[in-house]
Write a protein that binds this ligand. Structure first.
Ligand code: HEC
Length: 461
């Protein structure tokens, strides 16, 4: 699954960015060609005079939403990307600046909550406009937008005499809006899966976790690059467009980018006011629906993110009945209470008891510890191999606990060390692995081996 997610993004990211870059390139070429003429046009259109007429573009509410988006998006990128590229020097500087990895994660979660709340607020406003005011859904994409894109491309390439006349939201703006919606959905769903992985794998197969991690990281890269390329170019480099801050747009830009809307404004085609009776009737339905919707959503999200904040650390206590082997018990597999002989071979006990308890774990160790050499180490005896075979898929170098090198495993995870040399009973890795409550469990034989290794001091060589 991780493979397919990565495969998808390997082509999707260059495709999206490549199309954007090509389009921008034609635009730049065209503008370089026509620079002189354009200047004259702009002067004619009145952009040269600062007193030129301004048209209302964004209400205060939309502008505030935009500010909230800027700040939460930037925060998410600054706290998220260092977790994806944890090896990079700049990442380490950033994480230190935010006060460590735990704090960075917390800030990331806070910004994510704000981002999601903003999306919910946006939905409510949208609902109000469509259901109560019955305004036109001006952001919906249509085939005309596709045609407009082709027309503008043709214009840029000199194949067409004039720019297409576009409405309130032109195809570039719609594209960015829907890209944001798509990105938000991907990021919110995968992000929430990673926020509470333990709850997630109760609902979904465990392989969704590494897949979600891959998608979350790749989509983040796409989102940041797309914003830098498309948004910054269209509204900042191509000519500073401050309408999202001032709320107004100049006549010249209205002509160039929203000619059709300008016509409608000039003709006085404003939406007709709604009779108060109708308005009240619609509001009577709308308000309770919104309250119920936000309450349910908010409650659900709160429960999901706050419930069992450190579930893995608690689980050995919560679930004292321990099953070591993976859920599908293979009768030919080593028995749960197997012990280890000198050569690291698994030895079945004389009396077969299904499942062992945690105290049993120490007896397993007790039977192995008196044996002298050869000592199990990270590199000798297959400990490293065993971790990379069973755990590498999720505990690689993509953030969180890494089990890929000796230094990594000894450093531990988010909540500190997972191995305490000489003390397997208190080593979190052993507790978690013997609790049965983890996406992937070591086989009994491997677990016994790990326990023996820790008991012997968890040496590297
Ligand atoms: C399918 C994905 C997956 C696999 C495979 C996997 N884990 Fe995990 N593991 C998780 C998730 C998710 C967490 C919780 C998030 C975190 O702490 O990084 C976790 C957490 C842990 C923790 C606690 C880390 C901490 O800092 O709290 C330990 C210890 C651990 N795993 C050990 C293992 C071992 C040992 C294996 C191999 C047998 C393994 N895991 C295989 C997904 C996986």
């Amino acid at each position: 699954m991780v493979y397919y997610v990565n495969l998808f993004y390997r082509y999707f990211i260059p495709l999206v960015l490549g199309c954007m870059a090509l389009f921008i390139l034609t635009d730049i070429l065209h503008r370089l060609n026509e620079r002189k003429k354009l200047r004259k046009d702009q002067a004619d259109a009145g952009e040269a005079q600062p007193s030129a007429r301004q048209y209302p573009r964004f209400e205060l509410g939309r502008r505030i939403e935009h500010l909230v988006l800027i700040s939460s998006f930037t925060t998410l990128a600054l706290t998220g990307l260092p977790q994806k590229y944890s090896q990079a020097g700049i990442s380490q500087v950033l994480v230190r600046m935010f006060g460590g990895i735990a704090m960075t994660r917390q800030i990331h979660h806070l910004a994510a909550a704000i981002f999601i709340l903003e999306a919910v607020y946006h939905l409510v406003v949208l609902g109000y406009k469509l259901v109560v005011l019955r305004l036109e859904a001006s952001m919906l994409p249509s085939t005309r937008d596709g045609m407009d894109a082709l027309r503008e491309l043709a214009f840029n390439l000199g194949l067409r005499g004039r720019m297409p006349r576009m409405g309130r939201y032109n195809f570039k703006e719609k594209m960015e809006y829907w890209a944001l919606v798509f990105g938000l959905l991907v990021m919110a769903f995968t992000g929430l899966m990673l926020w509470n992985p333990v709850l997630t794998i109760k609902i979904l197969p465990a392989q969704f976790i590494p897949a979600a991690q891959a998608a979350h990281g790749a989509e983040a890269v796409l989102a940041v690059l797309a914003i830098i390329l498309w948004h910054f170019y269209s509204v900042h480099l191509r000519g500073w467009n401050a309408s999202m801050f001032t709320g107004k747009l100049s006549l010249a830009r209205m002509k160039a980018e929203h000619a059709e809307e300008l016509d409608q404004i000039e003709k006085g085609m404003l939406p007709r006011p709604i009779p108060p009776v109708t308005y009240r009737r619609r509001m009577r339905l709308f308000v309770p629906a919104v309250v119920a919707f936000t309450f349910l959503l908010g409650f659900g999200l709160y429960k999901y993110t706050a419930f069992e904040p450190t579930p893995l650390a608690n689980s050995p206590v919560l679930e004292p009945a321990i099953q070591v082997a993976s859920p599908t018990v293979d009768p030919t597999a080593p028995h749960p209470s197997a012990t280890l002989d000198l050569a690291g071979q698994v030895v079945l006990p004389q009396t077969a008891t299904p499942g062992i308890t945690r105290t049993d774990t120490s007896t397993v160790v007790a039977t192995t510890s008196p044996t002298p050499a050869p000592v199990l180490t990270w590199t000798e005896g297959g400990i490293q191999q065993l971790f990379s075979d069973n755990c590498g898929e999720c505990h690689g170098n993509s953030g969180g606990l890494s089990l890929s090198s000796y230094a990594d495993i000894m450093e531990g995870g988010r909540d500190g060390p997972v191995i305490i040399p000489g003390n397997p009973d208190d080593s979190r890795l052993v507790k978690i692995q013997s609790s049965g409550n983890h996406p992937v469990l070591l086989s009994a034989g491997d677990l016994a081996k790990v326990i023996a290794w820790i008991k012997a001091g968890a040496l590297e060589k």
